[in-house]
Write a protein that binds this ligand. Structure first.
Ligand SMILES: Cc1cc2nc3c(=O)[nH]c(=O)nc-3n(C[C@H](O)[C@H](O)[C@H](O)COP(=O)(O)O)c2cc1C
Length: 391
């Protein structure tokens, strides 16, 4: 008799515990990330806990609709995959995530620092947006965009809220530049302690190569992750003129990710972006930046009727999604939530996380007495005094 383990989990918190048990310590800690004292990292999650719901009883409609569109893509729930440049979590990496997102009919952001080529990811989920950093010269950036276009990406995302802070009070994990014999020896005790993770990689043909294949034109050799990171670090940050140039390079939908102030949201609108994500890079921007949900209401007031406003940061359950939608987001993007799912159970784990989000949205809508996410308003949420940040 073959015994199959039940890998299903009931919450993102349980997925995180499983991922912690399954992944080598340094891979797990790379997903925790965060900067400096982790004030923003913690606030992203804590702020959702400060918001309450005002449920009704009686008269709830029998069905609830959560379909929507984001950057021209029809999606079955208002939850997208946020781009994350993580390597080594699972041999199928972003392809597993793309398959899961496609299986649950939602769109996916693919990081510039992803481990899988964009062509493979788009083949797994045509609803893919490619995420860029302002790294290298304009010619290099234009070549990346050209590759994304040729691969069939449906939109672009430019992420601007990274400030190269590498100090963490809890210490940063060691990540090798390349996986040579020396690096494998150093990683060996961690890998031996995580036999399932190691077996997955052995079955896949060997350890992760830690390269960034999407920062070069198709067919060119992929630089190492740190090679690509170093180029980005050496690139002067973009001006708003550069961003207007960037916008002109792509005639489809384009999101600017990392906005936390209403004045920058207006600038993104003026520069012609289709969407913004209210975000602090999951607590990886300047520590002390407010939780993205605190910044959302003012930004939604300022530009919500003129540009698609998304939010990412701290989403761990469907109720968080509903709170963000009630306060003005069109949809949200998730980061660590799906990474924990991927680490716990690969593609099935990411599907499991999306199912948790869907069930949580469904349940909150039922409590609030709404037939659709479109009916949500700020009245559904109890916001404590002093909660919001008005930038
Ligand atoms: C390990 C890790 C890697 C990330 N890499 C990227 C990246 O390459 N590009 C990007 O735009 N955002 C990146 N992000 C930020 C996410 O897209 C997203 O903004 C953030 O994770 C949302 O917060 P949450 O993790 O609380 O959901 C990363 C986040 C984490 C945790």
């Amino acid at each position: 008799m073959k015994l199959t383990r039940n890998l299903w989990f009931e919450s993102v918190a349980v997925a995180q515990q499983r991922a912690k048990r399954r992944l080598p310590k340094s891979v797990y800690r790379a997903l925790i990330a965060g900067s400096e004292a982790g004030v923003t990292l913690a606030d992203n999650v804590a702020a959702f806990g400060e918001l309450g719901f005002a449920p009704h009883v009686g008269g709830a409609p029998p069905h609830r609709d959560m379909t929507t569109t984001v950057m021209g893509q029809e999606i079955s729930l208002p939850v997208l995959i946020s781009p994350t440049g993580v390597q080594s979590v699972h041999p199928d990496g972003e392809v597993a995530v793309a398959r899961a997102a496609a299986a649950r009919s939602t769109a996916m952001g693919l990081s510039s620092f992803a481990s899988k080529p964009i062509e493979e990811v788009v083949a797994a989920n045509p609803q893919t947006f490619f995420q860029l950093y302002w790294a290298g010269g304009r010619d290099q950036i234009a070549a990346r965009i050209e590759r994304a276009r040729a691969a069939g990406a449906r939109g672009l995302i430019v992420t601007l809220d990274w400030t190269f802070s590498h100090s963490r009070d809890w210490g940063s994990p060691w990540i090798p530049d390349k996986v040579d014999v020396k690096a494998m020896l150093r990683m060996a005790p961690e890998a031996i302690a995580r036999p399932q993770w190691s077996a997955d990689w052995i079955r896949a043909g060997g350890p992760p190569d830690l390269t960034a294949p999407n920062v070069v034109a198709r067919g060119e050799p992929a630089p190492t992750f740190f090679g690509a990171y170093g180029e980005w670090m050496m690139t002067p940050p973009p001006s708003w003129e550069d961003l207007r140039w960037l916008r002109e390079q792509w005639d489809g939908p384009f999101m600017l990710k990392g906005v936390i102030r209403a004045d920058d949201a207006r600038r993104a609108l003026d520069a012609g972006f289709t969407a913004i994500s209210v975000s602090n890079h999951g607590g990886n921007n300047v520590d002390g930046t407010p939780a993205s949900i605190r910044a959302l209401p003012a930004i939604a007031d300022a530009v919500g009727d003129q540009i698609e406003v998304l939010l990412d940061g701290g989403i761990r359950r469907g109720g968080d999604v509903v709170k963000a939608l009630a306060l003005g987001a069109r949809a949200v993007m998730i980061g660590r939530a799906y990474l924990w799912g991927l680490g716990a159970a690969g593609q099935a784990g990411v599907e499991n996380v999306l199912d948790i989000m869907r069930a949580g949205i469904e349940s909150a809508l039922l409590g609030l007495g709404h037939a659709s996410t479109a009916a949500l308003t700020p009245d559904d949420v109890i916001v404590p005094p002093g909660f919001s940040f008005r930038g």
